[in-house]
Design a protein around this ligand. Structure first.
Ligand code: FO1
Length: 317
């Protein structure tokens, strides 16, 4: 069983690659829910929906979120009627939000709702929320705290960050299906090239996941989300600079070491960062250098195959 920890666009892309090379029985994708929030009466789950739409081939590659071929009549009308329009919900995306709200209101768990929605989209691979209960990323700035979507969308990542916290993490309860995976034999964990602060950190803040990684007997392979000193998409490099960390693959490896102890055994970095190999190896890690820029589903599958081959080499040691 391979377990992938994923959030955001980078996470969704590698998840698609892993799903292309592994059968459903051999892959579990654990998805960040720290971006989630209540908005217009809906429980919005951006990373779960991005992974779902990307696995289904229904994602909007231009926006990096929501559905392909989207129309915006609902949002235009919300705006005309004086409602909040800073967070855009497309008409096709809206159907999923209405049905998710209905199911949650009936008492269905988030993992059940996502499992049923995945089935509607023909997605056979298992994608699980990191927690059935709310865990919300709070962004700390010099001027106070911001809910994640206020920071990310409403304020377009402009505020300088000073730190993060994950409200609800202590009480987080993993889905039963994930609790079973955490008890099963796992071959390796792949940390997808997602934002370490607001995609991976929330997942690792869930007590059952944190304890599982600490007591692990399997290798953990992380793919750097920083290529050549910049994030492929999103605010990861900006956040690193604001936290006084030089945005490069080496500093990402050091960041994980500082924050999660020896939680990552080996690193996959981009060929643009080959000069950093020896410094990362001096940390006691093995390094795979390859083209990590996933500009197509084919490239995602190629990277996934390389990451799995690299992981398998570590399993037999
Ligand atoms: N990101 C934006 O920058 N602007 C939006 O209007 C927006 C709407 C939106 C609607 C549904 C959804 O699932 C995601 C959406 N996102 C939007 C992305 C969202 O902010 C994610 O949290 C980020 O992609 C980070 O993962």
């Amino acid at each position: 069983m391979i377990v992938a920890l994923a959030g955001g666009v980078g996470g969704a892309k590698l998840a698609v690659g892993l799903a292309a090379v592994l059968p459903p029985a051999e892959l579990t994708i654990v998805v960040n829910t720290g971006d989630d929030f209540e908005h217009l009466g809906f429980t919005v789950c951006p990373d779960l929906d991005t992974v779902l739409y990307t696995l289904a081939g229904e994602n909007n590659p231009k926006l990096g979120w929501g559905r392909a071929g989207e129309t915006w009549n609902f949002m235009n009308e919300v705006k005309r009627l004086g409602g909040q329009d800073w967070f855009q919900l497309g008409d096709r995306d809206l159907a999923l939000h209405v049905l998710r709200r209905e199911a949650l209101a009936r008492g269905a768990s988030l993992s059940t709702v996502m499992r049923d929605l995945a089935a509607c989209f023909g997605v056979e691979h298992t994608m699980l929320p990191m927690s059935e209960t709310p865990v919300r990323t709070v962004v700390k700035t010099k001027f106070g705290e911001l809910a994640f979507q206020d920071y990310f969308v409403r304020l377009r990542c402009k505020p300088r960050v000073t730190g993060f916290r994950f409200a609800g993490a202590k009480a987080a309860r993993v889905p039963d299906a994930l609790a079973r995976v955490l008890r099963e034999r796992v071959d390796a964990v792949v940390i997808c090239p997602s934002n370490p602060f607001v995609s991976i950190a929330p997942i690792v803040s869930v007590p059952a996941i944190k304890a599982w990684l600490k007591a692990r007997t399997f290798p953990v392979i992380a793919v750097s989300p920083i290529i050549g000193g910049a994030a492929v998409k999103g605010p990861a490099a900006k956040m690193m600079r604001e936290l006084g960390i030089k945005p490069n693959a080496l500093e990402i490896a050091r960041h994980y070491e500082r924050n999660y102890g020896n939680a990552v055994d080996h690193w996959v970095i981009d060929q643009q960062d080959a000069k950093l190999i020896s410094a990362i190896e001096r940390m006691g890690k093995r390094v795979l250098v390859t083209d990590t820029l996933m500009t197509s589903r084919r490239k995602s599958a190629i990277l996934a195959r390389q990451v799995l081959g690299f992981a398998r080499k570590q399993i037999n040691v």
